[in-house]
Each structure stands twice: as C-alpha cells, then as structure tokens.
Write a protein that binds this ligand. Structure first.
Ligand SMILES: Nc1nc2c(ncn2[C@@H]2O[C@H](COP(=O)(O)OP(=O)(O)O)[C@@H](O)[C@H]2O)c(=O)[nH]1
Ligand SMILES: [Mg+2]
Length: 236
C-alpha cells in the first residue's frame, strides 16, 4: 500500500490585505486535508492583523526578505516538519487552488520531482501583458539554451515539489524574482520538471513587484542570474 503523502502549501504574502483572507479560505475549504503556512514578509499594511484575526497559520518574518526569502522560509518549514510534498502559491489570488490536485498528481505518482503550473500550454485565462510575455519567452529560450530544459511559463510561482527538491530549496534559493533561477538550479541538480496547464487570474488587488522601469532591471538581472546559476551551481 502506498504511504499517505503529507502536503504543505506555502503562501508568501507581502501587503496582501485585499487578498490573503480569500486565498486561505478557498484553500482550506477545498483541501482541508492539506497543511498550509502563510509567510508574512513583514507586510506594512493590515495583512498581519487579518492573519491573526482569522486564526491563520502563519510565520512572521521580522524583516522583509523579498519573495525568494519568504518562499525559502516555507521550504525550511517543510523540511523541518517532514513534509513529502510542498506546493507554492501566491497570496494575491492569481493561483486557483482547484489546480493543486493536478499539480501534485505527477509527484504522488513518482513520475517527476517538480511540477509547474503553466499559463502558456493551453493559453487560457490571464496571460500577462504583451511586454511581459515577450520577456518570459526570452527567459524560457535562455533556460533551454543553457540547461536544455524546456519550460514555457518560467516565472510561474505556482508549483509543487517532492522531498528531494524541498531539501534543495531549503538549502539554497534565489532572492528576488526567484522562479527562473529555481528552474535552472533544479535542472543542474537533476531535478525533473513537468509543466501542466492551469488557468490563472489577474491579481485580485494590490500591486505586482514588477512594474515599469523595474521590468528592465528584472530582465537584465534574471538573464545574468540564469547564466551565473547555470555555471556556478554545484551539484548537491
Ligand atoms: N512584491 C513582493 N511580493 C512579495 C514579497 N515577499 C513576498 N511576496 C509575495 O510573493 C508573491 C508573488 O509576488 P507578486 O508581486 O504577485 O509577483 P507576480 O505574480 O510575479 O506579479 C505574492 O504572494 C506576494 O505577496 C516582497 O517583498 N515583495
Ligand atoms: Mg502574483
């Protein structure tokens, strides 16, 4: 008989007062059997109050670490409490909890080590702006070129990983704009990756971390990081 897998859903949240209650309620209603942890990344709005008032399970970072540090905190928690599978989803409502069972299925079956929820397989739902899509396609090509791994939605923060990958991410995880780098370090470490189609929403409220001038910085930083990660990551 197959062992029952313990699943932890990691939800990074920075200034998500408009969204976090709904995100957690949807998740708990749909999957009461999974554990979850919200990582409050030192929000300066009323996110923490909402988490406290609603008895949400959360970790409270004393300083703002950025998306990477917040997510890595979740992986450390998953490692410490011996979860078999960790799922990552945004606290802004972009990711539909209903897909979690699809995302973890290939891991439960032992088919792959990590699964990415992708907007660009069926091209349905929120597709991001044209400029952002061009940037994503470029980064996807760069990852294919440098690592030989084809992933379409390289910036998706909606994914699930197995224990092997939890150990790796708990040990080392990129700081800001971490998703493309996480794909590269996974590929270098022999972590198998599968993309499955999901429909994403627009952010329910608040603002994204990547806007205007920051997009240019993002592209340069992430392109360099992909190449550096590719050639400096030491296989664990
Ligand atoms: N912007 C931002 N988001 C953070 C930070 N720390 C954690 N997060 C969370 O990381 C997730 C992804 O961020 P988001 O700005 O939505 O990125 P996008 O989906 O790529 O536009 C959200 O759930 C945020 O609440 C941070 O320092 N800045
Ligand atoms: Mg988002």
């Amino acid at each position: 008989m197959r062992k029952l897998m313990r699943v932890l859903v990691i939800i990074p949240a920075y200034n998500e007062e408009k969204n976090i209650e709904k995100v957690v309620t949807n998740l708990v209603n749909k999957y009461p059997e999974y554990d979850y942890v919200v990582i409050n990344d030192c929000s300066v709005d009323s996110t923490k109050k909402i988490l406290n008032d609603n008895n949400v399970n959360f970790l409270d970072l004393p300083v703002n670490l950025g998306i990477g540090g917040a997510v890595q905190t979740g992986y450390l928690y998953a490692l410490k409490y011996n979860y078999d599978i960790a799922v990552q989803m945004d606290g802004d409502g972009q990711h539909n909890a209903e897909y979690i069972s699809d995302i973890i299925a290939p891991i439960v079956e032992g088919e792959v080590d990590s699964v990415i929820g992708s907007r660009f397989i069926n091209n349905e739902g929120f597709q991001s702006s044209l400029m952002r899509r061009l940037g994503i396609d470029f980064l996807s090509g760069l990852i294919k070129f440098s690592c030989g791994v084809k992933v379409l939605d390289v910036t998706s923060g909606f994914r699930a990983v197995n224990r092997k990958c939890i150990e790796m991410f708990a040990h080392e995880y990129a700081q800001d704009y971490p998703e493309p780098e996480a794909i590269v370090s996974s590929a270098v470490n022999g972590i198998s990756i599968k993309e499955i189609p999901v429909i994403m929403n627009e952010r329910l409220g608040g603002t994204s971390s990547i806007n205007g001038f920051k997009s240019l910085y993002y592209m340069i930083k992430v392109s360099l990081a992909i190449l550096i990660t590719r050639f400096t990551t030491v296989r664990r």
